[in-house]
Design a protein around this ligand. Structure first.
Ligand SMILES: Nc1nc2c(ncn2[C@@H]2O[C@H](COP(=O)(O)OP(=O)(O)OP(=O)(O)O)[C@@H](O)[C@H]2O)c(=O)[nH]1
Ligand SMILES: [Mg+2]
Length: 365
């Protein structure tokens, strides 16, 4: 008997503890809209003729309906898509349902499903040449026709992009080697294009994007500046070789000057150097110093502005005009045409692929 009473007392204590936990739980989630609240706020519309009381009973769950609310962790739904703050709902799962509750929960889950859908059409994506999308913002021509080195049609660009897709044995796209200095560079007769610029500007990301159709070809990128320490050579069949150079600036390799200067002096088959500028941040003073250095070697080069997905078109236009000014006033070996790309969204990349094919004469082969 005493055993029984102590067992009952323990049971009562446990029940009280459980009650307090549940209370805590509901206090924690009290700011989450219940289906009742949602019904009141028109998120779920009650059926015609339903009284508020019925509605409360249906939705709040007087009959111990098991409704589990779970906060989306850090305001993200499971698919990882960020919800708009105004459409921030807890996820809802029902275990026992009445038909009207089912219709409510279905409506609710439909809303959640719509919110969780990945974005389909690319919003604000650029056209073939992203510079043309900036033209409506200004009356003077940003890049006059006469200064366009390439201005291909869509079909021509399509042909060029085929070069960046592997085709069995005939056209292999592969990583060749990493060279700590030009003495270790591979011997080859194919025309070469070297990608240069400040560390973290997005050189490796651009290469990754150029080769995104190539399975098993990994181009390593990093958020940390100074990631690429050696010159990495990638062969695009017999058409060309692309070189991912280490960046200058923060955490640049100790022998950076040796690697880049010697490469620019020695490399006979270098057809074009690509100098990358951050399109979002604009041209910086250290970029102009680097441009002066490249000018000294009298090698042809082109300016490519990347990260165009990161800024508004007005800011981008301002930065493009500043770059065009630098080209006009301070350069001789630089091509007048500036290319706009995003290594993340791929905007402008097909045009750049065409440009690479054009300067290496790959479309004639
Ligand atoms: N939004 C956006 N981010 C980019 C773009 N290109 C590169 N990034 C980001 O910028 C960071 C640096 O990119 P990397 O490609 O590693 O830069 P890097 O020029 O190769 O840098 P180093 O190897 O250090 O010289 C990464 O976090 C990229 O995701 C772009 O076009 N858009
Ligand atoms: Mg890199």
């Amino acid at each position: 008997m005493s055993h029984f009473s102590s067992f009952t007392r323990r049971g009562v204590i446990q029940l009280r503890w459980l009650g307090s936990r549940l209370n805590c739980l509901f206090t924690k989630y009290r700011d989450i809209p219940t289906p009742g609240i949602m019904a009141q706020t028109n998120l779920i519309k009650p059926k015609k003729g339903q009284t508020t009381q019925q509605e409360k009973q249906l939705h709040i769950g007087k009959s111990h309906r098991s409704v589990l609310y779970r906060k989306c962790s850090s305001k993200r739904c499971q698919t990882g898509h960020k919800l708009h703050p105004t459409s921030y709902f807890p996820r809802l799962q029902t275990f026992e349902t009445s038909s009207s509750f089912l219709s409510c929960s279905r409506r609710f889950s439909n809303t959640a499903a719509v919110l969780a859908k990945p974005p389909t059409a690319k919003k604000n994506s650029f056209s073939l040449n992203p510079i043309d999308d900036l033209q409506p913002l200004i009356q003077v021509p940003i890049l006059p026709q006469i200064e366009r080195v390439v201005d291909p049609t869509e079909e021509e660009v399509q042909r060029a992009t085929q070069l960046f897709k592997p085709a069995a044995r005939r056209h292999k796209i592969e990583f060749v080697l990493s060279a700590p200095n030009p003495d270790y560079a591979p011997e080859n007769n194919t025309p070469e294009i070297a990608i240069m610029g400040r560390s973290n500007v997005g050189k490796s990301t651009l290469l990754q994007c150029l080769f995104r159709e190539v399975p098993d070809l990994e181009v390593k990128t990093s958020k940390t500046p100074g990631h690429t320490k050696m010159a990495n050579f990638f062969r695009v069949g017999r058409a060309m070789t692309l070189v991912d150079m280490p960046g200058y600036g923060y955490r640049q390799p100790a022998d950076f000057v040796h690697i880049v200067e010697d490469y620019l002096i020695q490399r006979k088959n270098l057809r074009m150097a690509v100098f990358m500028v951050d399109g979002a941040a604009g041209i910086a003073s250290w970029d102009t110093v680097a441009i002066e250095m490249i000018e000294d070697f009298k090698r042809p080069y082109v300016l490519v502005m990347t990260k165009i997905d990161k800024v508004s078109r007005h800011v981008l236009l301002r930065n493009v005009l500043a770059v065009r000014q630098v080209i006009k006033e301070r350069t001789k070996a630089c091509l007048p045409q500036v290319f706009l790309v995003s290594g993340v969204t791929g905007d402008g990349v097909p045009l750049l692929q065409y440009f690479f094919a054009h300067v290496t004469d790959s479309l004639k082969k």
